[in-house]
Design a protein around this ligand. Structure first.
Ligand code: AMP
Length: 308
């Protein structure tokens, strides 16, 4: 079974959408990535940090999904990372209201020894120096290193971000962030510029408009599944990344062709994430639910035009 190291925040989120508001609930990039990756037969481990205020039941939830949490440090007298965001009416854009780094400020990630030979490393949203430190701890070069990031880190640690981007194979980033990172409006040009920064593969997430995968001159597009109910897009990007990474780790095929399937799995899992607030929907998805949506995906995107 392939090993997958997942780095990212394990957090408290407070979310406001046009459909309602939550107090502090379970969130964080590593949480969403882990919940998505748990749908694949992989040996996944989370590397993160929380404070003494973090409920044991949230940690148990990850363990019950077979995610190893040996690498999740608990700082007894510290406070857990807290993020709060408010979505606009179209739900495709949001404002960050609060980012309290708390225990993240002095976080030194430790990859458990048993996972230092992992085939796949998913560097979720965190300080780029933390992401680099995780890569440095790998005993051998992973078959695939994937990185996700966010405008917050571009604003405060752009040079460090450029340094770690040089060392990865795949970047997953949303459209707005791709534009910020490159200064280009066209996503095709932005992807080309990001290629030049290091990654061979560039995935640009476009929220309810799907995702684009670029590899040199090759391009693949997957729409997002049109849904009846969208309550809260928080974590959809991370869920996408977790599904993408989990599928690739499970299949051990890191080709462009197989990455297309990984994009479809990522999109499928993300389609569940947005249906309820926070992680709620991600906690209870069956194999059949996933299969059914994959079929819907196929139906949505297949047509029979005969080309001469
Ligand atoms: P997404 O909606 O996929 O972009 O991810 C939202 C998640 O990212 C939330 O659960 C937050 O806890 C987490 N998050 C928000 N801001 C940051 C940040 N600056 N660094 C790391 N994680 C963050």
């Amino acid at each position: 079974m392939s090993k997958l190291v997942i780095v990212g925040t394990v957090a408290f989120d407070a979310i406001e959408t046009p459909f309602g508001k939550t107090d502090k609930i379970l969130g964080g990039a590593a949480t969403f990535i882990g919940l998505a990756a748990s749908h694949f037969d992989v040996d996944a481990a989370a590397v993160s940090v929380v404070g003494g205020d973090f409920p044991q039941e949230y940690l148990d939830l990850l363990v019950n999904k077979n995610i190893n949490i040996e690498g999740v440090e608990i700082v007894k007298d510290g406070k857990t990372f807290f993020w709060s965001g408010k979505y606009h009416n179209d739900m495709n854009s949001r404002d960050t209201l609060v980012t309290e780094l708390n225990v993240l400020e002095h976080f030194n990630p430790v990859v458990p020894e048993a996972y230092q030979d992992a085939e796949v490393v998913m560097l979720g949203n965190l300080h780029p120096l933390t992401q680099q430190s995780v890569l440095d701890q790998m005993a051998k070069k992973p078959k695939l290193a994937i990185l996700d990031t966010m405008n917050f880190w571009m604003d405060i640690a752009l040079d460090d971000l450029h340094a770690v981007i040089k060392n990865i194979d795949v970047i997953t980033i949303n459209d707005e962030e791709a534009r910020q990172l490159t200064g280009e409006y066209s996503l095709v040009v932005a992807a080309r510029k990001i290629h030049e920064m290091g990654p061979q593969y560039v995935v640009i997430k476009k929220g309810e408009h799907g995702a684009l995968l670029f590899h040199n001159d090759h391009m693949f597009y997957a729409p997002a599944l049109p849904l009846e109910e969208v309550f809260d897009p928080t974590g959809a990007g991370d869920t996408f990344a977790g599904g993408f990474a989990g599928y690739l780790a499970k299949t051990e095929d890191y080709s462009f062709e197989n990455m297309k399937n990984a994009v479809i799995y990522g999109s499928t899992l993300a389609s569940f994430c947005v249906e309820k607030f926070g992680t709620e929907r991600m906690q209870n998805i069956s194999k059949d639910d996933v299969e059914y949506r994959l079929k819907e995906f196929k139906r949505l995107t297949q047509f029979n035009i005969e080309l001469s």
